[in-house]
Design a protein around this ligand. Structure first.
Ligand code: PXP
Length: 259
């Protein structure tokens, strides 16, 4: 299973002071040395972390493939088409959200997505769709002809957090907080079983599967066991751990867990 390291949060630290450090480009060699397989970045419409210059420099200088997450916004897509990253992952985006709260509504956006995917693929950019883990979504992704899908694991991570990490704070609402432990345990099992099933369904249909969002050093083990999942994209927990142990070791530890 491959590991994509999302380095947006390094730019968050820089933007907290609007200075030049930490230099995001220093992350490229460290991520590679630590044995990760991909650099993931999200060029948000509000440029709250990665900016246009970062995206350009990272794509030009990274020795690892770059997965550029982007919304369906015309201006952003224009930049993606010019920069030609290895892969573009299309994600839903709301200005006011702290982080990506769920997957794309691909049935509603079918026609627009079709045009966007064609444009990206014509420029030889692999396309991935960030979606919630349902069979209906896979069927639509198949019709859209994408190479990859990435399942949003936020719901799984949230239930896990409430159950085992004593977490009652989240970047998006945890409805599950009110539920009993037994009910939460069965919800967690159901969520894992569902991720397992839809990942295998997708692979059988010829689509490569990544997972991401909210994965950390505790909860990653259940997802790492799903053999149909080819890649995990992890950001916040790795960058948070790097504050204590350094980026290289934080990635190595995650790599070890995934293995
Ligand atoms: N994958 C996608 C498509 C994302 O949008 C994000 C968050 O930017 C991640 C993975 C990484 O999520 P986290 O920072 O919670 O590990």
């Amino acid at each position: 299973m491959d590991l994509g390291v999302n380095i947006d949060h390094i730019a968050i630290l820089r933007e907290a002071r609007r200075v030049d450090e930490p230099n995001i480009l220093d992350a490229l060699s460290i991520v590679k040395r630590a044995g990760a397989d991909q650099i993931t970045i999200h060029l948000r419409e509000d440029r709250r972390h990665i900016n246009d210059r970062d995206a350009k420099n990272i794509i030009e200088q990274s020795k690892l493939p770059v997965n550029l997450e982007c919304s369906m916004d015309i201006e952003i897509l224009d930049i993606v088409l010019k920069l030609r990253p290895h892969r573009a992952t299309i994600v839903p985006e709301k200005r006011e959200e702290v982080t990506t709260e769920g997957g794309l509504n691909i049935s509603q956006e079918f026609e627009s997505l079709k045009g966007i995917i064609e444009l990206l693929q014509k420029r030889e950019i692999e396309v991935s769709l960030f979606i919630d883990p349902t069979f209906d979504n896979i069927k639509i992704a198949k019709m859209l002809g994408v190479e990859w899908i990435e399942f949003h694991t936020g719901k799984y991570a949230n239930i896990y957090a409430v159950l085992y990490e004593n977490l009652n704070r989240s970047s998006y609402p945890i409805k599950e907080l009110e539920l009993s432990r037994n009910r939460l345990k069965s919800m967690l099992e159901k969520e894992i079983a569902n991720l397992h099933k839809v990942s295998h369904d997708a692979v059988r249909m010829g689509i490569k599967v990544a997972c991401g969002h909210g994965l950390n050093y505790n909860n990653v083990k259940n997802i790492a066991k799903i053999s149909a999942v080819q890649e995990l994209n992890i950001g916040q927990s790795i960058v948070a751990r790097s504050v204590w142990v350094g980026l290289e070791r934080a990635i190595l530890e995650m790599r070890e867990l995934i293995r």
